[in-house]
Design a protein around this ligand. Structure first.
Ligand code: F6R
Length: 243
């Protein structure tokens, strides 16, 4: 629990850099799991600052995204693969060839989801997975009701999530895709270290339910309780309902 979103960003950057560098030190391929959305942005900016000013380098690291919209043409500026390149990986010096995401433009999204799961399992395990949480408790795009053991698959977004994400589509809810490919909750639990960041009062109920509520598909974030290495980073506002 930290006073400001900026401090949350620094602590998340510490956790991510620490886990990646430790994994690089052990040798062999290292996979970094990335979320998009607003929550990790300050952490990504801090990682970029360290890259520029302190020589933090992620050479040899592969990045895997949590999720992707279905139906946006390849290269669409709001596709998560483009967003993460713009916000982090290009400037961090990661070749686009090592930045992986589900193929939301595939003719057969169901198969694309299975292929992505296979690709991740072959490259993994994920050394550290950055996560945000939805106001409704979703992790990745595993909306409430998602199986706690789910693997990467196509999901339908709730109306609320589409409304929440309309800000990235010129405030036009109709422009937000209805379907996504998302890592499943079981897939996410396969990472060695989970780092969840949440800031602002809109996340307070979801954080309390995920951390202190029952383990339930009604709050997908509650699967964090099953994992042995979770770093939860919240500001005062997002942590306000924790007892
Ligand atoms: C993004 C993702 C989502 C977001 C969540 C919170 O890849 O998987 O679960 O982390 O919707 O979004 P923000 O951070 O924009 O509030």
């Amino acid at each position: 629990l930290l006073p400001t979103p900026e401090e949350c960003g620094r602590v998340v950057a510490d956790a991510v850099a620490g886990s990646v560098l430790a994994a690089l030190g052990r040798g062999g391929p290292v996979v970094l799991g990335l979320a998009t959305g607003s929550s990790p942005l300050l952490a990504y900016q801090e990682l970029l600052r360290r890259h520029r000013e302190e020589g933090l380098a992620f050479e040899g690291v592969q990045a895997f995204l949590l999720d992707e919209y279905v139906g946006l043409p390849g290269g669409h500026p709001e596709s998560y693969r483009e967003v993460i390149r713009r916000e982090l990986t290009d400037e961090l010096g990661l070749d686009p060839a090592v930045v992986h995401g589900p193929d939301g433009a595939a003719a057969d999204p169901l198969q694309a989801a299975r292929d992505y799961e296979d690709q991740l399992l072959a490259a993994g395990p994920v050394a550290v997975q950055v996560l945000g949480i939805g106001a409704n408790g979703h992790l990745g795009f595993n909306e409430p009701g998602s199986s706690l053991a789910s693997r990467t698959r196509v999901k339908t977004l709730t109306e609320q999530t589409r409304v929440d994400n309309a800000r990235f589509f010129g405030d036009d809810v109709d422009a937000v895709p209805r379907h996504v490919i998302t890592q499943g909750l079981g897939t996410i639990l396969g990472a060695e270290h989970l780092v969840l960041v949440a800031t602002g009062e809109a996340k307070a109920a979801a954080i309390a339910a995920a951390v202190e509520g029952p383990l339930t598909a009604t709050c997908p974030g509650s699967v964090l309780q099953l994992h042995r290495h979770v770093t939860l980073v919240v500001d005062e506002a997002a942590g306000a309902q924790l007892t």
